[in-house]
Design a protein around this ligand. Structure first.
Ligand code: FRU
Length: 505
């Protein structure tokens, strides 16, 4: 099998670094959080990210940088935009200013423009504020210059951040749109600009649905339903922390319309600030696990593709994850689309597959009845992709035990009567580094024609589950012992069938 490598080229066990992912991006050293400035240009995907160049904890926030030609193998690049004594460089986005609307490049060499949050320090005359600023690159993202007129948008707010900018071209005209948050007010604010430098307020959305924590890292994009360009919805992404569906950080989304001025949600369940969390399961969640946050999408993608990456961690315990000199990884990139389910548009997410065309099929038994109990499988699944399809029939539950050795295991189970898929990491290995870490995640997943299909990606410290071809996803970190590579299927009660199982890795 071709070896899967990270930016650091580290292959985990070989370097005495048992949790270093094989196919998720980590910085070679030091801290990382949100993906920033995701942009495609001339065959290269750029992943910028919140990074502390000087240590494995949050601080000195700057934009780290990595590049890839396939969204899977990343090469770490020098820090792109560094903090200084006046400002930390918080989250934001990047656009290819093809027609040099900003004047920051030339017609023959148009710029990449990063729109980031200046989080001003005490040394700055703007101390205590957060405002939006520009930096530009004239060499395809290698080097960046801060715009001398920064900030370009200041609301005199202490919590105004995370600008996501895109080019709007529709009934209302053609211009840049920025979505950003007033984090504490749980509002997404929308602005327009002709040149990325001067901005005019368009509208404000929220609070709505999940409002327990602050709102952060928004995104707004249009997707066809079932590939039909005449039937589209706009997707508003709002990451929020804490108070996510599984606890701590999580991403929610709204489906609706955008007329170039305002986003109108078709999926608002509750309006205004919520103190009652009882309707949480009715909201749209990007992921039902603990470790998919600050997810945003790439801009300038060819072919209208929409690909998102999330930070695979949770502010509840991110500073304490037991990984040593590096800390935190990105999720697998996910292609997002809308398909109609029971007459209504639903968000589907499918990972860009690191195993596509790679690796031997380790184990592929034929369809078979599953007797009640646990069936150990003759497969090593430490770094692996597992595709499994169950027909639970009259059984009470079916599922998988992954990353298991001795008393350690992560349990992926499906309760047939409840129609609930669970991911239980309470005995997944090292869970003691933080009280909030041992957890069970749960998501309602209807069977389809009596079948449950799961695609599971296992890496050295993560489990990502895509249920029913990506209609629900559950992402959790786990810190098992390196020996924990055993895999089993189980059923409780009679009548279950294993329709298919495919382990690659
Ligand atoms: C989200 C976030 C953003 C902010 C950045 C700072 O995780 O809090 O709102 O810009 O991280 O690192």
């Amino acid at each position: 099998m071709k070896t899967l490598t990270t930016a650091a080229g580290a292959t985990g066990a070989a370097t005495g670094d048992p949790f270093r992912p094989a196919f998720h991006y980590t910085a070679g050293r030091n801290w990382l959080n949100d993906p920033n400035g995701l942009v495609y240009l001339n065959g290269t995907y750029h992943l910028f990210y919140q990074h502390n160049p000087f240590g494995p904890d949050w601080g000195n926030m700057s934009w780290g940088h990595a590049t890839s030609r396939d969204l899977l193998n990343w090469d770490e690049q020098p820090v792109a935009i560094a903090c200084d004594e006046y400002e930390a460089i918080f989250s934001g986005s990047a656009v290819f200013d093809e027609f040099n609307t900003s004047g920051l490049g030339t017609a023959v060499n148009p710029p990449l423009v990063a729109v980031y949050t200046s989080a001003y320090s005490d040394a700055s005359p703007l101390a205590g504020r957060q405002a939006q600023s520009l930096a530009y690159s004239l060499d395809e993202g290698r080097t960046w210059t801060k715009y001398h007129g920064n900030p370009v948008l200041d609301r005199e707010s202490a919590e105004f951040r995370d600008p996501k900018v895109f080019w709007y071209d529709g009934g209302a005209g053609s211009y840049w749109v920025m979505v950003a948050v007033e984090a504490v007010q749980r509002q997404v604010v929308l602005y327009k600009s002709a040149d990325l430098k001067s901005w005019e307020h368009l509208s404000t959305f929220g609070p709505a649905n999940a409002t327990g924590g602050v709102w952060e890292c928004p995104d707004l994009f249009e997707l066809p339903v079932d590939g039909n360009l005449q039937d589209t919805r706009w997707v508003l992404i709002v990451n929020r922390n804490p108070g996510g569906i599984a606890g701590g950080s999580a991403g929610q989304y709204f489906l609706g319309t955008f007329d170039g001025v305002a986003f109108r949600s078709d999926s608002t369940v509750t309006d205004g600030l919520q103190t009652d969390g009882s309707r949480m399961r009715e909201y749209g969640w990007l992921d039902w696990g603990r470790d998919y946050y600050a997810a945003v999408s790439f801009s300038n993608m060819p072919g209208g593709r929409r690909v998102m990456i999330g930070w695979m961690n949770n502010w509840d315990y991110a500073r304490e994850t037991p990984t040593g000199a590096w800390r935190s990884a990105m999720s697998l990139p996910r292609e997002v689309s809308l398909i109609r389910v029971d007459g209504k548009p639903a968000l589907r997410q499918q990972a860009i597959d690191p195993f596509c065309g790679l690796g031997a099929v380790q184990y592929q038994p034929g369809p078979q009845a599953l007797a009640p109990g646990v069936l150990a499988l003759p497969a090593e699944a430490g770094v692996a992709r597992i595709d499994v399809e169950f027909r639970p029939g009259t059984a009470n539950s079916v599922g998988l035990l992954v990353r298991s050795a001795g008393d350690e295991r992560t349990i992926i189970s499906y309760d047939v009567a409840e129609g609930i898929l669970r991911l239980d990491r309470r005995e997944s290995g090292n869970v003691r580094f933080h009280d909030a870490f041992p957890s069970i995640e749960a998501v309602a997943v209807p069977l389809q024609d009596g079948h449950l299909r799961l695609r599971v990606y296992l890496d050295r410290c993560s489990v990502e589950v895509f249920a029913q071809d990506g209609l629900a996803t559950v992402t959790d970190l786990v810190f098992p012992s390196p020996a924990g590579t055993a895999l089993a299927v189980f059923a409780q009660g009679e009548g279950a069938h294993l329709v298919g199982l495919d382990v690659v890795g």
